[in-house]
Design a binder for this molecule. Structure first.
Ligand SMILES: Cc1cc2nc3c(=O)[nH]c(=O)nc-3n(C[C@H](O)[C@H](O)[C@H](O)COP(=O)(O)OP(=O)(O)OC[C@H]3O[C@@H](n4cnc5c(N)ncnc54)[C@H](O)[C@@H]3O)c2cc1C
Length: 440
């Protein structure tokens, strides 16, 4: 073997794939712009532990994580809280991002992966149709395969020529602008342990969460448009009224970042190239979780590469990775992406009505990184369905919006079902056009 693989950016999926491939004998190097020891943000993440198993990593010792708690969802007027009830054995885990990164890098090093930190990637290098390397601040590097794990704004994906058929940019309503910080808790206030999620916080189209922990209160604000720290402060002041645990001193984080909240890339591979993680938009569109999907994708990508006995790493052989990803995860995410568009179309009053009339229930909020398929999110008895439709029909405008989303889900589902199982440039590109149309 000994073929060379470049992992562009130390994204979660890229690091996981790097370890699996180095273990199998490939010569793998990760190029990352951050300095050594600084990977990841200063906050925690929640994901399904089963995803670690998929990449052959043991669950860390139990003092390194805590089980996630049930979330309570609020609409604009906050009158009807909807609290999910997730069985104990189905809870995800909460873990420090920097610790998770140390687990991933140590695992990669153990199998011989090399790292080049402080190395800014600027573009792919192409030989004809084939991605053959990367341009970086430390020079040009070449390999038999480039795995793109450089996140949503990957300079590799964004600079691929159109002939690769891979989308470059993220459109409006396809990304979340997020402010996240851990605040102090005022001394006189006891922690509640609550995980509150708000739609339309302070009347803005977006989402917020306030999570009361023993040592801090975790705050996240997300909107579909950029916002300033002053605007964030106004929303935080608003959230303090119902969350006295939210103090006024930032202890950790306090950064603006972005998360893709859209359907996965329509084409994730080309000759010599495969995208993974945020660079392939693998996050769950409504909640923005992407770690578990990136890990599972790493397993699929490694399996595909290992099955390519000739070592061609062409679109033809890498296509199996995309087919498997869509089969097991991507098709579900595509329909969740359509449901997200409903949230962007609703007025705050309409959302209140949906909460108050039982059109949506606490059980519908079971979405997590092990269960992101709307058919399981919205499992209901025929009687429940009838009652919900009865309420919906009373409001013509809302019915119209709802039906347009149902139509969209239908189109997206149909499109994912007819994805070519074998690579053929013209049929894949033709399919990709149809698929993208379902989300326009
Ligand atoms: C506030 C916030 C909270 C989140 N919470 C959760 C959560 O609880 N659970 C969950 O599952 N997911 C969560 N996510 C999403 C999760 O972070 C991503 O889906 C996941 O990390 C996969 O993304 P990635 O690792 O592929 O990309 P990224 O995290 O963007 O990593 C890309 C890597 O590439 C490097 N890079 C980028 N550009 C260059 C360049 N030009 N040159 C060299 N290197 C480069 C970056 O430095 C980085 O190391 C959250 C995201 C945010 C922003």
């Amino acid at each position: 073997m000994g073929k060379k693989i470049i992992v562009a950016g130390a994204g979660h999926g890229g690091l996981a794939a790097a370890a699996l491939l180095a273990k199998a004998g490939f010569d793998v190097t990760v190029y990352e712009r951050s300095k050594e020891g600084t990977l990841g943000y200063d906050w925690t993440d929640i994901f399904a532990p089963s995803a670690l198993k998929a990449i052959g990593i043991e669950l860390p010792p139990s003092d390194q994580y805590t089980p996630d708690c049930d979330r309570t969802f609020y609409s604009f007027n906050q009158r009807i809280p909807l609290k999910q009830t997730i069985p104990d054995d189905k809870h995800e885990i909460k873990i420090e991002r920097k610790f998770l990164y140390s687990v991933l890098t140590e695992n990669a090093l153990k199998y011989g992966v090399k790292f080049s930190y402080d190395c800014n990637i600027t573009a792919p290098i192409l030989y004809g149709n084939r991605v053959a390397g990367i341009k970086t601040s430390k020079g040009d590097f070449y390999a038999d395969l480039i795995i793109d794990a450089a996140g949503m704004e990957s300079p590799v994906r964004k600079n691929l020529p159109d002939m690769c058929g891979i989308e470059h940019s993220v459109g409006p309503f396809e990304q979340f602008y997020v402010y996240r910080a851990f605040y102090n808790r005022p001394a006189e206030v006891e922690p509640t342990g609550d995980y509150n999620v708000y739609f339309y916080p302070n009347g803005h189209l977006g989402i917020a969460w306030v999570v009361s922990e023993a040592e801090y209160t975790d705050l996240l604000l997300g909107r579909f448009v950029p916002f300033t720290l002053d605007e964030a402060e106004t929303d935080i002041e608003f959230l303090r009224k119902s969350n006295p645990v939210l103090g006024d001193t930032v202890l950790r984080g306090g950064e603006f970042v972005r998360i893709p909240v859209r359907q996965p890339l329509s084409v994730m591979v080309c000759d010599g190239y495969a995208a993974i993680g945020d660079s392939a938009f693998m996050t769950i569109p409504i909640i923005g979780s992407g770690i578990a999907n990136s890990f599972k994708a790493a397993r699929m990508l490694a399996d595909t590469i290992l099955a390519d006995n000739e070592g061609a790493f062409s679109a033809d052989t890498l296509w199996n990775y995309q087919v498997r990803y869509y089969d097991e995860i991507g098709a579900g995410l595509a329909s969740v992406s359509c449901v997200k568009t409903l949230l962007t179309k609703l007025t705050p009053d309409e959302l209140d009505k949906i909460f108050e009339t039982g059109m949506i229930t606490a059980e519908d909020f079971t979405i997590n990184s092990d269960n992101s398929n709307i058919s399981t999110m919205l499992s209901m008895t025929p009687l429940e369905a009838k009652n919900r439709l009865h309420e919906l029909r009373k409001d013509g405008k809302l019915t119209k919006k709802f039906l347009s989303v149902v139509l969209r889900v239908g189109k997206a589902t149909a499109a994912t079902k007819i994805m070519p199982k074998k690579w053929n440039r013209s049929s894949v590109f033709e399919w990709s056009k149809k698929y993208k149309k379902a989300f326009e």
